[in-house]
Design a protein around this ligand. Structure first.
Ligand code: SF4
Length: 389
């Protein structure tokens, strides 16, 4: 049960079972970085199509660094967690500028890139340059916790430190990137959360090294995360039309969906007209409900009401950028997924549905910003309390 035999076992299993993924096989650090940033908090299945399209448009650091962030968002649209796109864009700028377009090769330099943490730096450098650096992500955390028989929280400091030490100890001295990829695949395909292979009919290649299997604690390890309480929230998005255009807002820096466009929306809390007035700088009254959309994001169970709205003219300086958009302009604007979904559903109209272009991106589960401010406005029009229309 030595480390060399564990490594041999991992490599032998990987030779027969490695997953066919678009980013497998590349040693290009930029391509690996793109895949790793996309895979943060997103499943492999969701990333596949995005990765290919992104690299077709931004095949190298220079092309990404030179692009407008708006266009980068457009290629990220639907993948969610847009901060990753902005940080990847910034990282490309740092590599193109500070490093003269040459991808850095030291751990500290890669770790210093925007959006890059210890896992991502280790993954990029081990896969691209075979540097002996460990990785720890969801699959390997679960695998290592079981191999070590850890009954403590893997995110608690001491346990996490132990996991990193173990991840480093078991690394081979060559083919490190391949070994890291093999461990991730083993975690995701063999040592699964609910049905690890040792509890099924096929034996696990690491059974002899596994403390959890020896102790019969596969179902107890890793200790589950404490689930947050679910909160029900109702949001409202407003369709405002004028002379063949619709009103959209762009989220500013510092809020969720920063840089993306959307229908004016906020919490449906009885202060909708006031909030929309602050966001858009316009008096907007709400009317007939057109559709509802339900989804869950993190601890929020969200019901989104999509309603018609009426523009009653300017009110004040808007907090968000505001634009009256034609169907033709829509394809160039990056939008959040639920906004794009509403357009594609044809509720807004055929021309606008056609204007959403042909990016067949996977659905992102959207989340919504809090309402801003709580002041009454001077609009004398009907409907200044949503829900009473
Ligand atoms: S023996 Fe079971 S619990 Fe242990 S690593 Fe293999 S699949 Fe996971």
């Amino acid at each position: 049960m030595s480390l060399p035999s564990l490594r041999r076992r991992v490599f032998a299993w990987f030779s027969r079972n490695s997953r066919e993924l678009s980013w497998r096989g590349t040693r290009n650090p930029y391509e690996i970085l793109v895949s790793e940033i996309m895979l943060q908090q997103t499943t492999v299945a969701a990333v596949e199509g995005y990765y290919r399209r992104f690299l077709q448009r931004f095949p190298n650091v220079e092309s990404l660094a030179a692009a407008e962030l708006t266009e980068v968002y457009r290629y990220w649209e639907g993948l969610g967690y847009y901060r990753r796109a902005s940080q990847l864009h910034q990282a490309a700028g740092v590599i193109a500028g500070k490093h003269g377009g040459i991808f850095p090769q030291t751990f500290d330099e890669v770790l210093a890139l925007p959006g890059v943490g210890r896992y991502t730096a280790g993954a990029v450098l081990s896969i691209a340059y075979d540097q002996r650096l460990p990785i720890l992500e969801a699959n390997t955390i679960r695998l290592h916790c079981r191999l070590l028989g850890l009954t403590t929280n893997p995110f608690e400091m001491e346990t996490n430190k132990r996991l990193w030490t173990f991840a480093e100890e078991i690394l081979p001295y060559k083919n490190v990137g391949r070994f890291n990829q093999a461990l991730m695949d083993l975690g995701s395909r063999v040592c699964t959360l609910k049905q690890p292979q040792c509890l099924r009919e096929t034996p696990c290649p690491l059974f002899e090294w596994c403390q959890a299997a020896r102790l019969g604690l596969q179902r107890e390890i890793p200790v589950p995360k404490v689930k947050p309480n679910v909160e029900a929230v109702t949001e409202i998005a407003v369709l405002v039309r004028k002379r063949g255009r619709i009103l959209l807002v762009q989220y500013p820096d510092g809020v969720r969906w920063a840089g993306l466009w959307d229908f004016p929306r906020c919490r449906d809390d009885g202060f909708v007209t006031e909030t929309l007035g602050e966001l858009t700088g316009r008096r907007i009254t709400t009317g007939r409900q057109i559709a509802t959309h339900k989804h869950t994001v993190t601890r929020f169970k969200i019901t989104l009401r999509f309603v018609e709205g009426k523009d009653c003219g300017p009110l004040s300086e808007p907090q968000y950028a505001v634009r009256w958009v034609t169907p033709e302009e829509l394809n160039a604007l990056p939008m959040n997924s639920s906004g794009r979904k509403l357009l594609r559903s044809n509720i807004v109209g055929e021309k606008f549905a056609a204007g959403t272009g042909n990016h067949d991106f996977a659905d992102q589960k959207p989340t919504l910003p809090d309402s801003v401010g709580r002041r009454s406005n001077s609009c004398g029009h009907v409907g200044n309390r949503t829900g009473q229309q």
